[in-house]
Design a protein around this ligand. Structure first.
Ligand code: NAD
Length: 483
């Protein structure tokens, strides 16, 4: 049930609609910003991030009740700056009209595709990377010549407030707006008739958002979650795999959409993997509760969800190893140590739901085909990781499984590559942003036929069967005589 009454909800709706009307009117007055204007917006975003860098790091730290500034800098702020620079460098080339093949039927005409800004893009942001997941789509929207409204997450309120201050200082409310608030605001926001809506969040809420967007026929990019597996081939050095996985799984204490969710390890290597993972993880984090490098769980509710899932697995027969190198108590703390779960079964919540935290189930397997079948029997994940030096087998994995993206002998870093599309498939999402695909996602590719003075239609038009019609049709039928 909503915490707000109807009058308050109507007020939210009216305010949001008024903001959209204003920003859309500005777009209509100036629907085709030049490359220079787009670069100016991207430059201002860059300047704003530099100006607010320390405060953003501080706000994220406060929202998490503990997240290292070094981590926020490395995986939130620098990737946005990188993305801005990449967009600036390439957008002139992407904006160029592309000449296409003109069919014989249109003899004398020219055909081109124009890449036109869509208008106003709605952006809905989750809490786990509250800066990057707001500003990265914003940069993509700007590069394609759009304006945008962004709804931040209620679970990162300090960051949301600061983003609102930062954007309103560097952009007019006719260019970009940040909206803060809870589910009621999010619900009204996603009902707005945007020209495109980018939603980053859970698959469950993604469904609700797509329903809301359908009423306006607003196209959506859904950046969702899921269970991203890592498969280790028996020939791959297990310590090396554990080290590479431990680095990724430790980031943001596993609260990352592309965090390895479960690890598929050959039966005979499970114990070796567990030992190696503990070793590597302990090297990075010799203590956890009092270690500022190790991120807290965003809310007490999320921490309870994770603890419940560990208990559920234990009750159903799993073996849980808690990595707690400094024997800390975690009493009254929002931090949660890393847990490795073995002896898992399909009825455990850790094997049914996205984990999104410091829990790592291990799924043993015997043959590669069995591992592939296991992945293919489940929802298509956002990411898949495969550890094997053998390129042929890696190719087989690429061909025989579906996922939003893949890293081979590595985890998660594909999200940092601007020159590649990023997005899920099936229940892990739809559409892409980042790179040229992001530009295309936020543009209308408009096919344009330009006819000259010569009007071929007048020669072949009805009454059908006239001399030129017959010439044209017979010529075409001869061309298509064989497949
Ligand atoms: P969430 O789905 O609970 O919330 C995301 C956003 O949706 C928030 O801004 C929230 O206010 C809004 N929202 C909540 N209820 C809504 C409703 N009924 N209608 C409209 N909007 C609503 O997700 P979260 O807990 O913030 O983030 C975690 C999830 O996000 C995980 O599943 C994770 O995998 C996913 N995620 C995906 C990516 C990606 O790029 N694919 C990145 C980060 C996180």
């Amino acid at each position: 049930m909503s915490a707000l009454n109807t009058i308050e909800i109507n007020h939210i709706e009216n305010e949001l609609r008024a903001s959209l009307t204003k920003i859309r009117a500005a777009y209509k007055r100036h629907p085709a910003p030049s490359a220079k204007e787009r670069i100016d917006r991207l430059d201002r975003l860059h300047t704003a991030i530099l100006e607010y860098k320390d405060r953003l790091i501080e706000a994220v730290d406060q929202d998490f009740n503990g997240r290292a500034g070094a981590e926020t800098l490395m995986i939130e702020l620098l990737p946005v700056l990188e993305g801005i620079q990449y967009n600036k460098k390439h957008l002139r080339k992407w904006m160029k009209q592309s000449t296409r093949h003109t069919p014989l039927m249109l003899f004398g005409a020219k055909t081109k595709v124009h890449y036109q800004p869509l208008g106003v893009i709605g952006i809905v942001v989750p809490w786990n990377f509250p800066v990057f997941l707001g500003l990265s789509p914003l940069a993509g929207a700007f590069a394609a010549g759009n304006r945008a409204m962004m709804k931040t997450s209620e679970f990162a309120p300090k960051t949301g407030e600061l983003l609102k201050e930062m954007i309103s200082k560097h952009f007019s409310d006719e260019e970009a707006i940040v909206v803060n608030g809870g589910v009621e605001v999010a619900t009204e926001f996603t009902k707005l008739p945007f020209d495109h809506l980018v939603f980053t969040g859970s698959t469950q809420v993604g469904r609700i958002v797509m329903h809301a967007a359908a009423d306006n026929l607003t196209p959506v990019t859904l950046e969702l979650g899921g269970k991203s597996p890592a498969i280790i081939h028996e020939s791959f050095p297990i310590e090396e795999a554990a080290k590479r996985i431990a680095f990724g799984k430790g980031l943001n204490a596993g609260q990352v959409c592309v965090s390895p969710d479960y690890i598929m390890v050959p039966h005979a290597k499970v114990n070796a993997f567990v030992d190696a993972f503990i070793n590597s993880f302990t090297k990075h984090y010799p203590s956890l509760e009092r270690n500022p490098d190790y991120t807290s769980i965003i809310t007490e509710r999320q921490r309870e969800r994770l603890l419940d899932n560990i208990q559920d697995a234990q009750e159903k027969g799993a073996k849980v190893v808690t990595i707690n190198p400094a024997n800390e108590t975690f009493a009254g703390s929002r931090k949660l140590p890393m847990h490795i779960v073995t002896n898992v079964a399909g009825n455990m919540r850790v094997m049914k739901e996205e984990i999104f935290g410091p829990i790592l189930p291990i799924v043993p397997y015997d043959t590669l085909d069995e591992a592939i079948a296991y992945v293919n029997d489940r929802d298509r994940p956002l990411a898949l990781y495969y550890f094997d030096w053998d390129k042929g087998r890696a190719e087989k994995i690429l061909e025989e499984t579906h996922s939003g993206g893949v890293c081979i002998n590595e985890v998660m870093t594909h999200t940092m590559v601007d020159d590649m599309p990023f997005g899920g498939v099936g229940p892990s999402g739809m559409g892409h942003y980042h790179g040229k695909e992001g530009f295309l996602n936020f543009s209308k590719a408009k096919g344009v036929v330009r006819k000259g003075r010569f009007d071929g239609n007048s020669l072949i038009s009805a009454p059908w069967g006239n001399k030129y019609y017959n010439l044209f049709i017979n010529f075409q039928l001869r061309r298509f005589k064989k497949a």
